[in-house]
Design a protein around this ligand. Structure first.
Ligand code: NAP
Length: 335
């Protein structure tokens, strides 16, 4: 038996058996948990952080049924919904490895003593923040270098200037948010075309204190006790410019933990995304994957696409168990 401290368990479960273990607590994982619960599967969600990338966003205005909702509220709704269908959610636990036992079940091991068995697994671990890899980035981490505008923007309230790097939704959302706190925002992007939604681009262009620095890359981040400037190079002219800033927000997307996936025996593409078919099946029997860690719909990562993948993965886990004669409805309250 593991002890519970409020909602957070002090110890992760040990020796327990599940129909499905969902690794990851973002929209894909929690949606998988809702559907797995609906299929009456004994379900556990193992999450380092419930919410995943939703925790890095402020408002969501493109999830059906919600004209405009705080991302944190959507996370709470997803979690509550999954728990309503009897999913057990273990937070602040990191899965380190799993392997298939002779009985055909997977043994899953991780931090805080996690050691459980599951007939199926759904990988929904998302991906890691990409780094620029330039001098000063590591040195000034948390001293002006941030990877999350939504989390850290208020810390820069009243400052003179910040830089935001990237041309996707996160960079634009960050620049728009920061323009309300900081006198000047430089949006530095390596091209002059943007991945960000036109809505964000139009909004950023309408803000007089956002300056676009295009076709440009950051060569160095400089400072003393904290960030003081960034050295930017125009890729076309080669011209260098040192821009005084109090901080830099690196919002250049995510990349999957390729080596970890491969060490688990999961087949990935060259970048490291887990290869899945249209039913979210991986190369491992009984292991499915959903959300940003997969090859599915690369280039269009949304809450709704992650949630859709989670639903399909849960259906496939159920279908796999039914086909193998391993399905037994789980009714914890004896109904
Ligand atoms: P993204 O869409 O992958 O965009 C990353 C941006 O960073 C691209 O513009 C890319 O440039 C640039 N970049 C990548 N590597 C770089 C490098 N080494 N140096 C300089 N620039 C680099 O990532 P994201 O903006 O974090 O968004 C991730 C997903 O979350 C997307 O699906 C997005 O729609 C979603 N999201 C949605 C919202 C919202 O709707 N509220 C908010 C945030 C994120 P290139 O364009 O040249 O490749």
């Amino acid at each position: 038996m593991s002890l519970r401290l409020g909602k957070i368990r002090m110890k992760a479960p040990r020796g327990e058996h599940y129909d499905v273990a969902i690794i990851g607590g973002g929209p894909a994982g929690l949606s998988a948990a809702i559907y797995a619960g609906r299929f009456l599967l004994k379900t556990i969600v193992l999450a380092e952080e419930v919410g995943g990338q939703l925790n890095l966003t402020d408002w969501i205005d493109d999830y059906p049924g919600f004209r405009r909702v705080r991302a944190s509220q959507l996370v709470r709704n997803f979690k509550m919904h999954a728990e309503m269908f009897n999913a057990e959610i273990v937070e602040m636990v990191r899965v380190e490895r799993f392997y298939r036992t002779e009985s055909g079940e997977y043994r899953i091991l991780g931090t805080r003593g996690l050691d459980i068995y599951a007939k199926t697994i759904i990988m929904a671990v998302g991906s890691k923040r990409r780094k620029l890899g330039v001098p000063g980035e590591r040195e000034f981490a948390n001293k002006g270098v941030s990877y999350c505008s939504v989390c850290d923007a208020p810390l820069f309230d009243g400052k003179d200037a910040v830089a935001v790097v990237g041309g996707g939704d996160a960079a634009f959302e960050g620049a728009i948010l920061l323009s309300g706190y900081v006198k000047k925002v430089y949006l530095i992007h390596r091209r002059d075309q943007f991945r960000a939604k036109p809505f964000f681009v139009e909004e950023a262009k309408s803000r007089p204190n956002i300056e676009f620095v295009l076709n440009s890359v950051v060569d160095e981040i400089k400072g003393d006790t904290s960030v003081r400037s960034v050295v930017v190079r125009n890729k076309i002219t080669g011209e260098k410019r040192e821009i005084p800033v109090d901080g830099i927000f690196i919002e250049i997307g995510f990349e999957p933990p390729k080596e970890w996936f491969q060490s688990l025996g999961l087949e990935t593409d060259a970048t490291g995304y887990i290869k899945v078919d249209e039913w979210m099946r991986t190369n491992l029997p009984g292991v499915f994957a959903a959300g940003d860690c997969t090859t599915m719909w690369l280039g269009f990562r949304q809450v709704i696409t992650a949630a859709a993948m989670g639903a399909v993965a849960a259906y496939s886990a159920y279908d796999y168990l039914a086909e193998k004669g391993l399905y037994k409805p789980y009714k914890p309250d004896g109904k």
